[in-house]
Design a protein around this ligand. Structure first.
Ligand code: GUN
Ligand code: FE
Length: 420
């Protein structure tokens, strides 16, 4: 039994809008599992070694619930087209390169490194349709100490002939090969990943729904991101007045299903999310970058829909979750402006909760630094920023969001281990 004690200004988000600060506090771990958060060290630990982070902020790490690993090579480029044209013009071509496993290894190693440096310790991620590259991605994330879920993408229609395409039969066969190949990769589990309704035939969707049920696998996809996309789904599934029904009818709409975007989901679709305990992943920067719209996050939260954050790299221009949190707040303020100030914007505490606890809960964690959870934490160093007066820890947390500095994260703990 190994006791480790972290000392610093502890900051966690036990509930929506709640920032709990324990100044000069002690976070006690036993074999990587949180035993407690204390403002004074209990006597029984007096002889245990302490890792002293001084005045730095020890905060919960981030959970990125939606991003596309094979789009990393195009991050920060090609942001001038709406979704469907963007996919055909830039995205599919970029993903096609992951047929090359050497390329995949090099890119995914770099991506895993950057995620850890950014303090993203849990992910729910899309790969490409390539089985071998997907296995490499899972290995590289695991090697870096990241935990979470990765999906081999299924797409048996509307790809790019000869560049990025698979037949239904191939998609099914490769999915089974991938599920076999990824057994035993530490910390990274498979999640079934129909790209989105327009990319998958009914036969493929039915196979994925049946496989999810048989094997107890989770499901992720995209939902109601863009109006043109929704029109396309309606034409492909005239029996489904709502987009979500094109997943529901194949058994893909269930507890813990992850649906990215939900920008244009109406009351009925949002109610269906709440009833099924589907997670809606808000990707604020992507939704602006691709001119998709701004999701009604405040409304979803008021209605009791489960919302977490995703970078949606590279539909967005950013991977760092501190930037994603800032863009989430900014987007919510645009909605406030356009609602004649009726809709409250998201506060720093609320957006950070969505980027931390709300996402970590999808992986089974509790609220904030919860006793019994394996530690997922970052250490924030903000001394490079000028301070003309003493700042409270709350002010420092806020400034780290709005004025993010390179290398402001100096240590990272994932799944109870220090990984940076
Ligand atoms: N819908 C289907 N594929 C994608 C993708 O790669 N990115 C985004 N943002 N939406 C999608
Ligand atoms: Fe996406």
């Amino acid at each position: 039994m190994a006791i480790e004690i972290l000392k610093g200004n502890l900051a966690d988000f036990p509930a929506l809008g709640e920032l709990r600060i324990t100044e000069g506090g002690y976070l006690v771990l036993e074999d990587g599992v949180i035993q407690g958060v204390h403002s004074r060290l209990p006597q029984c630990y007096a002889a245990c070694p302490v890792i002293d982070y001084g005045s730095r902020i020890v905060m919960q790490s981030f959970a990125d619930l939606h991003l596309h690993a094979p789009q990393y090579p195009m991050l920060g480029m090609g942001m001038d087209l709406p979704l469907l044209e963007w996919l055909q013009t830039y995205t599919f071509q970029t993903e096609a390169r992951f047929a090359d496993t050497d390329f995949a290894r090099a890119v995914y190693r770099q991506l895993a490194r950057e995620l850890i440096e950014n303090g993203t310790t849990r992910v729910c991620m899309f790969s490409s349709l390539h089985t071998d590259a997907t296995l490499i991605l899972m290995e590289e994330l695991s090697r870096a100490g990241i935990t979470g879920y990765v999906g081999k993408v299924n797409m048996d229609r509307r790809g790019v002939p000869g560049v990025l395409e698979e037949t239904t039969e191939e998609s099914i066969r490769e999915t089974l090969r991938w599920l076999e190949g990824c057994e035993g990769i530490r910390g990274i589990a498979p999640i079934l990943t129909p790209r989105f309704t327009p990319s998958c035939t009914d036969e493929l969707m039915a196979f994925l729904g049946a496989t999810a049920a048989e094997r107890g696998l989770r499901v992720q996809s995209h939902l109601s991101e863009n109006l043109q996309e929704m029109e396309l789904v309606r034409s492909l599934h005239p029996d489904c007045p709502r987009y979500y029904q094109s997943y529901e009818k194949f058994g893909l709409w269930k507890d813990h299903t992850v649906m990215a975007h939900c920008v244009h989901s109406d009351r009925e679709e949002r109610d269906a999310m709440r009833r099924a305990n589907v997670l809606s992943v808000h990707c604020a920067d992507s939704n602006v970058a691709l001119c998709s719209g701004i999701a009604p996050v405040r409304t979803m939260l008021d209605e009791g829909v489960w919302v977490a954050l995703g970078s949606d790299m590279a539909g967005s221009t950013m991977l760092h979750m501190l930037d994603v949190v800032a863009s989430t707040i900014r987007s919510s303020k645009v909605r406030r402006i356009h609602s004649q100030w009726q809709e409250p914007f998201l506060t720093v505490e609320e957006a950070l909760y969505l980027g931390t606890t709300a996402g970590h809960r999808w992986f089974g964690a509790g609220n904030g630094f919860a006793v019994g959870d394996r530690l997922h934490a970052i250490v924030l160093e903000d001394s490079a920023l000028p301070s003309v007066r003493p700042l409270s820890v709350r002010e420092r947390v806020e400034r780290c969001v709005y004025r993010r500095q390179e290398h402001c994260i100096t240590a990272v703990w994932a799944d109870g281990r220090q990984v940076l």
